[in-house]
Design a protein around this ligand. Structure first.
Ligand code: NAP
Ligand code: G4F
Length: 342
């Protein structure tokens, strides 16, 4: 059943790549609540990949539906051309990516294809369709690598992974299409943002899921890599609002979105285990297989420009974020044990 109230249509159509991901699901809820019709590109999978949007899924036969899912792939330019031509969106949000930094060292060429070249395929689809359409590119704080903190829109990039190198290409090609063709194309340079919908192999969710499993006696140890890395972690639901705000500005520009606080992985571990009344040192082990060939040591964003121009500011604190993720995983694991989980 839908958890979104559907106000009258606002006459706007949005197209989202990566709609089945963490951010795609929150952004879809936001746009539906604003009266948009939302078209999402999903890729074929041998298992279900729509779990995060099942609660807002609408029967394809319903005449008044607002959410339409279309098969396509960022590796397949012809599908992107067709979809852009058919949907004629007012706004495109390019959130699709091979988004895992560690995995990008194992699949560098694939990551370059999807996370890098996927963006040019989409921009070309817009250009060839000759429509006026606003474009949001999901750029990343990973671009900064080991550039000195705090990082803002003027900090030089220092990509330290195949993922970051691919995102750098997408950042610059988005900016180039803005300058060369006058497109309304923007980069949101988002720092890490997490939620109960975060993929389970990213460190925060891996930790909160493990805490819930350990508390229920279903897991004995949690194996992690570098505990000293520091990240600026915010709440994903707030970050998608910033994406939308960027596309409502009078002029296209690039913005950093961050909390302005940084914490180590160890601090996240301490807070998550502590919230469950557990002593983390009894359960956490280091496995070097989770170390990265080159690490990003400290990310700390300065989102002053976003606050000034977009009126956006992070609200959820670090400890609130840890708490809401731990509690959500405790609830989910309990349902699984009772045989009511997904
Ligand atoms: P995510 O949960 O990993 O979602 C990635 C999405 O991309 C999924 O819907 C995935 O589909 C889709 N995708 C993967 N390969 C694709 C392909 N070949 N063609 C079409 N779609 C494909 O990522 P997220 O956390 O929501 O992040 C959204 C975007 O923001 C990503 O571009 C990410 O790199 C970027 N970003 C994220 C953060 C963060 O902290 N979350 C920070 C900065 C930037 P499946 O569901 O089928 O796998
Ligand atoms: O949770 P992570 O995998 O996120 P990472 O690498 O910062 O990337 C995320 O944020 C980027 C924005 O800066 C996005 F662009 C990207 O798409 C993704 O959403 O790792 C965070 C830190 C790293 O320093 C890593 O070395 O946690 C450290 N870590 C320690 N143990 C671990 C683990 N990371 C993972 N995934 N798994 C571990 O066991």
């Amino acid at each position: 059943m839908s958890q979104v109230d559907f106000p009258p249509k606002c006459g706007k159509r949005a197209l989202i790549t990566g709609i089945t991901g963490q951010d795609g699901s929150y952004l879809t809820e936001l746009l539906l609540s604003k009266g948009y019709e939302v078209f999402g590109i999903i890729r074929r999978s041998s298992s279900f990949n729509t779990t995060r949007i099942d609660h807002i899924y609408q029967d394809p036969h319903a005449t008044d539906r607002r959410l339409v899912l279309i098969y396509g792939d960022l590796s397949d330019g012809s599908s992107l051309n067709r979809i852009v031509r058919d949907v004629q969106p007012h706004e495109i949000y390019n959130l699709g990516a091979q988004s895992h930094v560690r995995v990008s060292f194992d699949t560098p060429e694939y990551t370059a294809d999807i996370t890098g070249l996927g963006t040019i395929r989409l921009l070309e689809a817009i250009r060839e369709s000759a429509q006026s359409c606003k474009f949001y590119q999901a750029s990343s704080s990973e671009l900064y690598g080991n550039a000195p903190a705090p990082q803002n829109e003027l900090t030089p990039f220092d990509p330290r992974s195949p993922y970051a190198a691919a995102k750098a290409y997408s950042f610059y090609i988005t900016r180039n299409y803005r300058e060369a063709y006058g497109m309304f194309a923007v980069n949101g340079i988002l720092f890490n943002h997490e939620s109960p919908r975060r993929g389970e192999t990213f460190v925060t969710r891996k930790i909160t899921r493990a805490v819930a499993n350990i508390k229920q006696g279903r897991q004995k140890k949690l194996y992690l890599g570098n505990l000293d890395a520091r990240r600026d972690w915010g709440f994903a639901k707030e970050y998608v609002a910033a994406m939308w705000k960027m596309l409502q500005q009078p002029e296209p520009d690039d913005y950093v979105i961050a909390t302005g606080e940084t914490h180590s992985v160890q601090e996240f571990v301490e807070a998550a285990f502590g919230h469950a009344g557990l002593e983390w040192r009894d359960f956490v082990e280091i496995d070097p297989k989770y170390f990265r060939p080159s690490e990003v040591n400290i990310l700390l964003g300065d989102a002053t420009k976003a606050e000034r121009e977009l009126g956006w500011k992070a609200e959820t604190t670090f400890s609130q974020l840890v708490q809401l993720m731990v509690e959500s995983d405790m609830h989910e694991v309990k349902l699984e044990i009772e045989g009511k989980g997904r």
